[in-house]
Design a binder for this molecule. Structure first.
Ligand code: ASP
Length: 325
């Protein structure tokens, strides 16, 4: 018995999948305890307790499930014997669930998501090593108050920055422009930078009626007409470069704003902020003047989650705007 305990919450993903002869593909098949049994080295780090939350592929994850997961994390973290929490998850949406929890949960204890690019029965499966590294991070005091983290391939990423960059490579998780927070070496956990400006949104509700629209050259207002018709609450628009938009959609954006739909503008470029430096038709300046909120550096999928949480908390657009960028 060691004096620290890490709770591992399992949610599913490739890390808990095996090849299935009948369907000729990977399917959810590994229990939480089996996952831990595959990593005997965990015994040298700390005591482990396993909590099975779900066993789903991560494209099945929803904001509602993320909220339930966050509530479960906060409940577990109240236990004084818990040093930190690891969450196993699918890689496809781990950047979303981890960022949702980063904004939503109250605990300052280390909360570390991990996953695997290869199934439990694949050659050189990466799951066991990733779990070991994640538990090491969750068990270390240095990781307290670093926000929610994602640990794969020995790298520690902040949930705010991390994105999946390759469909198959085990080194898929990167934090473009900012880089990883640190890494896990065989003898210890090493942080090279700190987490600053973490935002927490204290809410008991989320507004799930937030959509993402990616812009493209020559685009017209058809999609926006549909969204206005559907009376959605918010729309995140992924523009070009600094956030600039194709001119034909401006009328659709104006009508959305007039219909009290909150519009947040982000960029399809993976590094840098959107900003009103251009004033030509379709550029950010006039669109901001129309009432669109600038979403800073966030990807559209992360801006959507942030808007859902903020709209659950505030009904005043001015208040919501303060939390972006
Ligand atoms: N499709 C899988 C999932 O996200 C991929 C993975 O876990 O790597 O659940």
């Amino acid at each position: 018995m060691l004096d620290k305990k890490v709770v591992v919450i399992t949610t599913g993903g490739t890390i808990a999948m095996r090849y299935d002869e009948a369907t000729k593909g990977l399917v959810p098949a590994v229990s939480g305890q089996e996952l831990m049994d595959a990593v005997p080295e965990l015994k040298t780090v700390c005591d482990i307790e396993v909590v099975e939350f779900s066993n789903i592929p991560s494209p099945h994850m929803t904001p509602k499930l993320m909220k339930d997961l966050g509530d479960k994390v906060d409940e577990i973290a109240l236990d004084k014997t818990v040093a930190g929490i690891v969450i196993t998850h699918g890689t496809d949406t781990v950047e979303e669930s981890s960022y949702f929890l980063d904004l939503y949960i109250k605990t300052e204890k280390p909360v570390v998501f991990t996953a695997a690019m290869r199934g439990a029965t694949d050659i050189s499966s990466d799951g066991a090593k990733n779990i070991l590294c994640a538990v090491k991070v969750a068990a270390t005091e240095v990781a307290i108050s670093k926000g929610v983290m994602v640990v794969l391939n020995e790298s520690i990423h902040s949930a705010e920055d991390v994105i999946k960059t390759h469909t198959t490579n085990v080194d898929t998780f990167q934090s473009p422009y900012w880089g990883a927070l640190g890494y896990v070496d065989s003898d210890r956990v090493i942080f090279k930078r700190d987490r600053v400006n973490r935002l927490k949104i204290d809410t008991v509700k989320i507004d799930e009626s937030v959509y993402i629209v990616k812009t493209f050259t020559g685009m017209n207002t058809d999609i926006f007409d549909f969204l206005i018709d559907k009376k959605v609450a918010g729309v995140v628009i992924e523009g070009f470069g600094r956030g600039n938009l194709p001119p034909l959609i401006l009328d659709g954006i104006k009508r959305m704003i007039d219909a009290n739909i909150i519009v947040v503008l982000v960029s399809r470029v993976i590094e840098g902020r959107v900003l009103d430096v251009y004033s030509y038709v379709g550029a950010v300046k006039p669109v901001k003047e129309m009432g669109a909120i600038l979403g800073g550096e966030l990807t559209s999928q992360k801006a959507r989650l942030k808007l859902m949480l903020l709209m659950g908390r505030y009904s005043d657009k001015k208040e919501i705007e303060k939390y972006f960028d």
